[in-house]
Each structure stands twice: as C-alpha cells, then as structure tokens.
Write a protein that binds this ligand. Structure first.
Ligand SMILES: [Zn+2]
Length: 427
C-alpha cells in the first residue's frame, strides 16, 4: 500500500513544542464524532478545524498525532514523537500512546467505513507506527473511558486483526444497500461476533424471528445491526425479509405500494398485523416520530423524554426523546407532547425539514420560489419555510386536484410515500 503523511497547508502552529513522549505502547483510535452541535452542522471536519478548536480552548494545538480523512489522506497533527492530548484518563495514557483520529461520525452518521480510509488506518498500524516504535496494540478511545468514540459502527475488531500474526487479508467487507433480514435458526439463538469468523468475540445473540438490518457482507457472513448490537453473523441463518411481504391491504397496483414495500424492507414502516398495513389510518404524532427514529438507525440517546404525557415505558418513548434532543419536535404546550394526536401534512413537512437540517442536509430554497397552489394561504406561518422546502424538493406534492392541503391529516400510506421521497433526496 502506498501512503504518505501529508503536512497541513497552512502548517499548524503550536503555542508550545510540548515534551517528548517517553515510550509508545500502542495507538488509541478516535473518530471526529461531534456532528451538528460541535462542527457547525457538518459531520466531518478538518485537521485545521480541530487544531483551531484546541487553540480556542487555550491549549497547545491539536492533540491527535494523525488525522485520516474519509478519502484516505493522512495528515500530520501533533508531531509524532510528542506527548499527545487525546485520551485524558486514565492519567498517563497520553505519555505512552499515539492518538489517531478518523474523520467522520461513526456513531450516528457513517455506518460503513470507506475502503480508502480503512486501508490508510491499516497502513498506519501495520507499517508506519511499527517502523517508528516497534510492535504495539490498537485500542478504541472507549476502552479507556466512558465515551462513544470511535463510534459503534467503527470497524474496530477488523482493524485489530492486525494484532494477530499472519492475518494478511483484512477487510471491512463489501457494503450493501441496508436490507432487512430475519433470523431463521432452528433451535438456538444466532451468535453475533466481532469478526466475520467463528473465532470472532461473541458480542451477543439474537432469537429466532428477530428482524435485523444488514449493511455489509464478507464471505458467508453478514454484518447485522439490531439496536445497539452490531456485528457479524452467519448468512446461513439469515433470510431476506422481502420474501414475506404479505399485506393484503397493499395491492400491488396501489399508488402507495412501492413506497410501503421499500420502507418496510428497510424496517422503517411496519404492519399493524403480519397481514395488514392499514394504509388509510391516520398517522399519530408518536408514529411519525418513530418512523424518523427508525430511519436514523434508532440511536439510543440514553435520555428521558421530559413530556408529562410520554410515559417512560411507552413504545414511542425513545423515539420522542431522540427527536426532542435534536429539536425535531416540540411539545404542544403545558409540558405535553400529545402523542395520540393526528399529524397534519404541514406538521409532517416541519418534522422532516428539521430532521434534514439536524443531519446536515442542505435545506436552502431559492428566495423567489413560491407555493403555487390555490390553497397555499392555508399554510400556517410557522410551517411556511418547511413547506417551501418540502414542495421545492418534491417531498410533498399537490393532490390530483392540484391542492396542497396543508391542514389535511396524513395517512400511513402518505407517510410511507413522503419518507420514500425524503430518503431519495439523501441518496
Ligand atoms: Zn476519542
């Protein structure tokens, strides 16, 4: 592999030269993480941004030694032989380790590492660091202290195969369109392992009938996502769920059928029973938020919802807590969320618009774009921006009479169609 260490341009200036690191036992791996709150709405940043952030905090400058971009470029951060500032506890860790940062948020945004970035990391740990400091280990930041870093989707186990002798073929596997699979073991639960091999560490098990999302594959192994549990499972015991789509009220020719099917295959919409979808039922606020929560990968925020009508054991609690933490939903006043209230089309537009903004999508609309519908004046003042965005991006379209119907109640079928178009924007 042909890599080199690039010098940032302009060069990074440190406020002091620091001290030489007395020994080097291994490397600590990080991701940039942060996302919307920390890096101005972008999920990735640059070595200069991180350097500036350290300087603004009154520190010497960037604390990582190496910064690896998604495209595989490797930038020099703090000089490689200096004491870093990347793993504050336990005390002394910085005196014996190199800090390596991978660009991207591998907790909530990126779920499969690009080959270029992975290969750059492999080169760092296999060739570059051993050439300077001899053999060492690789640990994630979260193995030292309570932090999400480097993220639950970071291919840590795959990277650590380097610590085993004779493992020449290291891969993160081949990326797949996220697809819903069902666990079809006969007698015992399905093992989920850290590596695509029976020798991988056991991370957890899944009972027969569990529905999991599969995002990459390697040989006879599939990488599954089931809430917080991620890892490799044998493809022999996983069956694509597409084979069991059987909603009798979603006829193949219906205008909403392709959207319901696609969103169902992705695990975003579910039936009301195994054989009914109830396309004409109205969409409640709780259900709408849950759809977005599934779309986002069901990140466990660990937060409680603070609305007094959202019980902690309600099926929609985690989704509401997540949406409120990102500012995607607000209450209806008096500390209430009104989970059972119907969602209107303009409310749906607002929620999607806020979600798009919270995940760093471009939500700008040309100033001269107008809502050209006979009932456009019915759009509430607080929903105008969101409606303009939704119509401009063709997420929301007029009905067959050319009306926008902002106050009309969204149905479950319409929600599936809106989400399909919304997902199409991001892809
Ligand atoms: Zn970290």
């Amino acid at each position: 592999m042909n890599f080199k260490i690039l010098t940032p341009n302009p060069p990074l200036r440190f406020t002091n030269s620091g001290s030489a690191r007395p020994r080097t036992n291994g490397g600590v791996q990080h991701h940039t993480g942060g996302g919307a709150s920390m890096w101005g709405g972008r999920d990735v940043t640059s070595v200069q941004d991180i350097h500036r952030w350290h300087l603004n905090n009154g520190w010497a400058g960037i604390g990582y030694h190496l910064y690896v971009r998604l495209n595989g470029d490797i930038f020099q951060g703090r000089p490689i032989d200096r004491v870093g500032a990347h793993t504050g506890s336990p005390a002394g860790t910085n005196n014996s380790t190199v800090g390596v940062c991978a660009e991207g948020n591998y907790e909530t945004v990126h779920r499969v590492m690009p080959d270029a970035q992975f290969n750059a990391l492999v080169w760092i740990y296999r060739e570059y660091l051993p050439s300077l400091f001899g053999p060492g280990w690789i640990r994630g930041h979260n193995e030292f202290m309570a932090t999400a870093c480097p993220g639950r989707f970071f291919p840590m186990a795959e990277l650590r195969m380097l610590e085993y002798r004779g493992q020449e073929n290291i891969t993160v596997g081949e990326e797949m369109t996220p697809t819903l699979f069902e666990v079809t073991t006969r007698t015992s639960p399905l093992n989920v392992r850290s590596l695509p091999s029976a020798s991988g560490t056991l991370r957890g098990t899944l009972p027969r009938g569990s529905r999991v999302e599969v995002i990459r594959r390697s040989g006879g192994w599939l990488y599954v996502v089931y809430g917080a549990l991620t890892g490799w499972a044998s493809a022999d015991f996983l069956t694509k769920v597409v084979d069991v789509f059987r909603f009798t009220d979603v006829p193949a020719g219906a205008w909403f059928a392709p959207a319901v099917r696609e969103m169902w295959e992705r695990g975003i919409v579910t039936g009301t029973t195994p054989t009914t979808f109830a396309p004409n039922d109205t969409l409640t606020r709780a259900a709408a938020v849950t759809l977005l929560y599934r779309l986002d990968g069901m990140i466990d925020t660990g937060l409680g919802a603070t609305f007094n009508d959202v019980c902690c054991c309600a099926w929609y609690h985690d989704a509401v807590a997540w949406a409120a933490s990102l500012g995607i939903v607000q209450g209806v006043g008096d500390g209430r969320f009104a989970p059972g209230n119907d969602m209107t089309r303009q409310e749906m537009a607002v929620v999607l618009w806020r979600y798009a903004a919270a995940t760093g999508q471009d939500v700008t609309v040309q100033e001269d774009f107008t809502l050209d519908f006979p009932d456009a004046e019915q759009v509430s003042g607080w929903a105008v921006k969101a409606m303009r965005w939704a119509v401009h991006r063709r997420v929301i379209r007029g009905n067959d009479r050319g009306e926008l119907q902002p106050l009309g109640t969204a149905t479950r079928a319409e929600a599936a169609v809106l989400l399909q178009r919304f997902v199409g924007l991001a892809e």
